[in-house]
Design a protein around this ligand. Sequence first.
Ligand code: TYM
Length: 327
Amino acid sequence: MKKILLSGVKPTGRVHLGNYFGAMKQFLDLQDKFESYIFIADYHAMTTVQNREELSQGIIDVALDYLAIGLDPKKVCLFKQSDIPEVHELTWIFNCITTVPYLMRAHAFKDAEAKNKEINVGIFDYPILMASDILMQDADVVPVGQDQKQHVEYARDTAQKFNRIFGKGEDVFKMPEPFILKEVETIPGTDGKKMSKSNGNVIPLFATSEEIKKAVMSIPTDSKGVDEPKNPSESLIFAIHKLLLEGPKLADLRTKYEKGGLGYKQAKELLIADLEAFIAPLRAKRDALARDLSAVKEILKKGGEKARSRASAKMNVVREKVGVEVK
Ligand code: TYM
């Protein structure tokens, strides 16, 4: 029996290289090894996206992104979170065993508070909805970037607490493990900060040629001349470039930096060329998929049915455990 993998992406604008290398590539690389459940976190997106067209377009976009990178719907159950209403029932139950001070320790909440943002109840409760996503499907592993690690810890704590209060010696919920690859745990954006939509420093995964050029050209550099040797581990251009290369090609580029003779302009041109070579086939595949949206919607529908039937069985156990199932 294969172990269960679960993860999701929020439909909040275009996915970028941070999402891909930090998480989505792992969905792809692990799709044969695990029984996988990959979803579109549309209700999580609603904490920020409150516009009908934007949200429904975002859902289709992420579905196309998943398929275009190569997730195979025959192997992976692809679905949208909103097709599993049981998740909200579970969230309520978890809410009732979660304290306010505990949720106030969440990084995302503290950040929003520090920035004096208006915080809706959805943002505050975000980690518990995520715990429900994960625990509902009995996930063993949750591939994510470093920024989601704390959320997986919330899911673990919640599983433990539920089992302690209601389990009567039985582990109703499994303990999920975050799966975070050290070398890609935080992909930098074009300004060196974590690549994220809110930092405005992204390279979209399906960027046009123009967007690739513009993003790479905006990467800041120091004043070293062409002939000067450069330390690749100090270069942001290299930090992004190395995501695309391995083996001798990567070693070769490293040597070019160290030897001197490679100017930043040329380093950027090499990066643009490799990004284009990496992205162009993905773009073409996505465009082809976008021509038959009804097939995409059908995949989501089928995936939703499968994920929901598991959720429904799980909730039967949970309802019985908490005592609302009167026999
Ligand atoms: P989201 O949509 O913000 O991001 C999707 C995935 O991309 C990763 N990521 C990064 N990894 C490395 N470097 C970066 N610069 C970078 N930027 C983003 C994120 O860590 C994430 O893995 N809360 C989740 C969605 C979610 C979820 C879940 C995930 C909802 N329920 C249950 C797993 C399990 C989120 O907002 O991801």
